[in-house]
Design a protein around this ligand. Sequence first.
Ligand code: GCV
Length: 701
Amino acid sequence: MSSKLIFLLLLTTLCKAGTPDRDDGYRLWLKYDLIKDATKRAAYARSTQLIVLNSTSPIQKTAAEELQTGLQGLLGKTVPIVASAGGKTGGITLTTNAAASLNSEGYQLSNQQNTITITGKTDAGVLYGAFALLRQFQTLQPIDRLSLTSNPKIQHRMLNHWDNTDGSIERGYAGQSLWKWYELPERIDPRYRDYARANASIGINGTVVNNVNASSRFLTAEYLQKVAALANVFRSYGIKVYLSVYFPAPKTIGGLKTADPLDPEVNKWWADKVNEIYKFIPDFGGFLVKANSEGQPGPQDYGRNHADGANMLAKALAPHKGIVIWRAFVYKADGKADRFKAAYDEFNPLDGQFAKNVIVQVKNGPIDFQPREPFSPIFGTMPKTPLGMEFQITQEYLGFATHLVYEAPIFKECLDADTYVSGKGSTVAKVVDGSLHQYPLTAIAGVANTGSDRNWTGHPLAQANWYAFGRLAWDHTLSSEAIANEWVKMTLTTELSSAKTITDLLLKSREIYVNYNTPLGLSRPWTGVHFAPEPWQNRSSRPDWTAVYYHRADSLGIGFERTAKGSNALAQYRPEVQQQWNNPATCPLPYLLWFHHVLWTQKLSTGRTLWDELCTRFYTGADSVGWLQKQWASVRKDVDSETFANVAGRLETQQKEAIWWRDAWVLYLQEFARQPIPAPFKKPERSLKEVKELVDIYQLR
Ligand code: GCV
């Protein structure tokens, strides 16, 4: 073989890595593989002959370059970026128009006589418009009559990274942190830019780079330089950087004796620190704070309240237009109390007491990112305090990176829930987007699922959760299905029938998980690692960190009584909401055991007793993973081989573990219910003791 031939063969092999044949997932939904249909390509080519960029703005420059990269891949041609069309039609013009009837980051796309215009009120709007245009091509939409206007409904659309200085990620399942603190600020990993590209493409405009269980080191000059280096990369993608802060930092790194928010010296320390931060990062976004929560110190240690703490930081940030995002995730170690009620009880009385640049960030549900939770009763009940939403994208309670759970339905369920605070239709989404109470500030955050794994998210299909979070943060009226289908076409295949199959599989995945994991409103059957089933777990340093605290199974029945007969947590909701959930006979089954302790023998609306219904769900849930596997097998021909094998392997693990979950629950609950497994289901092949032994392996450190 000639050396030239060997070279060519080698080149072909090298070029194959990252192509549709063997895709390592790095490119996410920004793959831009050549559109196979030549007619479509030709149609798109007519309006994409030039990219006209008549601006020196770094963000618009990014927009033009992203368009160029995308079109190069999708159409297989290099589209020149020029300063003026010079009278030619058939190009894409980027432009800002301060008078456009758009909000500050919205965009308009139009196509007239094969000339496309992307208009933004601001440079960021142009960037989002450029990605929206690429999405049109990627999902093979007709563009000859393109006319699209889109405005983000929420101002601050953020990722929260729970990343630590040592590179670990709290509740991260896709490798180590993306941020290589030990290399920064000198070496800039090219991945930082790709991270920014992915986020900007779905409208995310803020990132909190460190864990809410924060280290004070992030506020030292050494680390601020590192954070500034990240901010420098993200800036031209319209993304601001924020930091989580450790409330007692004035003591730990400032040498003060106190961190009391009303102490003048403490106030001065924070004001000076904030001034220093803005010297490093002139467009710094602000602080995220976890205080007096799960052992984290906070203002209550000094007899002050959350508003005192938040307002002190807000005062320091205000001159720079920075904001404070103060988390409402709090609960005291009181085994007799209902943890469900804790956040509302602490925050509701503070409505109206927070400074203008404070947002209170509330988790979607009252407990902690369970597979299904009712919406947090705080939403709607603090009209004078901007409330931001906190969702969790990383799958802490959703099977880590081995179980498939498409999360858009979880996000939507909460956003679409009706609080009834101003009558019917007062959805959580309208609280969060500010339209219900005219909040001057609005925010939504997702706890990131990204990590150093080559494909970013571990499970290849978990990329859809990052994507869905961003799309819903931009526009919460989009449907889970539309987002899934869009993501599938951009990421996996544009073949219609396979795209439909995968979309369907994504949409059903959450309910399948709930069925074998926490059906009928069960919650939190875990302890330490939040993965292995441990419904029997009854010992911990605090009662609300045991599993039995949540399900309350006994010889009569199961479920947490939260009506007036029990903790009365239901009283935190409006009467219309209470009415939906108050009566066990009419309470929708997905929420039943959230609010009621129900007898094992109680007949449900399905015609089955509670025990039989629980068994039916555990069994059908576990069986449905087999259905997921079959569906996935059927798309093999249209999905690249590496992604196919990766997902297939994870589904196999999921199948094994779903059966394990089922067995753990039914064998454990059977000891209380003392009833047989109903036909046609077969009793588990293993004993409860054997399941417990399996779980113990997971708890070994
Ligand atoms: C960052 C849960 C998680 C913790 C997390 C906490 C929070 O308790 O298990 O890892 O801490 O929520 O949201 O603050």
